[in-house]
Design a protein around this ligand. Structure first.
Ligand code: DHK
Length: 161
């Protein structure tokens, strides 16, 4: 059986990781983040589709395309976390498990970063643990998918009984 596919989606300015405010975001690049995710996914028996865009519309289209294609979404919506009702709506519409990741602890930063629309659509949120948060998100996603599969098996057995 093919490994479950998890979309790992990254929003605006994350293409600048490594040079962008390194005192906050660290010195690892987005390629490093992708390599970290690929390593974690391999270990967890997941497949990933890792992407970044600076465009809100493209991010929303990618979320919509996850329906019927991916088993879950790990997303760092970056600045759109704090502004995008449309992104939140897309995540709610696809009805997949969602883990929101922030490299920094948004709650220790400016007031306007404390609220995330995306959190309303997220199963869980990881913030402030650096790029390691992505690997933690994939680990949590693998656990959630296992629990969902076990629950489905149970309900199938109940129906058969
Ligand atoms: C990344 C961004 O680009 C910011 O706009 C968010 C998030 C925080 C992060 O910590 O990964 O406020």
């Amino acid at each position: 059986m093919a490994p479950p596919l998890i979309a790992v989606l990254n929003g605006p300015n994350l293409n600048l990781l490594g040079t962008r405010e390194p005192e906050k975001y660290g010195t690892a690049t987005l390629d490093d983040v992708e390599a970290l995710c690929a390593e974690a996914a391999e270990e967890l028996g997941l497949a990933i589709d890792f992407r970044q865009t600076n465009s809100e519309g493209e991010l929303i289209t990618w979320v919509q395309e996850c329906r019927g294609r991916a088993e879950g979404i790990v997303i760092n919506p970056a600045g759109y976390s704090h502004t995008s009702v449309a992104l939140m709506d897309a995540l709610l519409a696809v009805g997949l498990p969602v883990i929101e990741v922030h490299i920094t602890n948004i709650h220790r930063r400016e007031e306007f970063r404390h609220h995330s629309y995306v959190s309303r659509a997220a199963t869980g949120v990881i913030a402030g643990l650096g790029i390691g948060g992505y690997a933690l998100a994939l680990r949590a996603m693998a656990g959630m998918l296992e629990a969902l599969a076990a629950a489905e098996d149970d309900s199938t057995q109940d129906e058969d009984a």
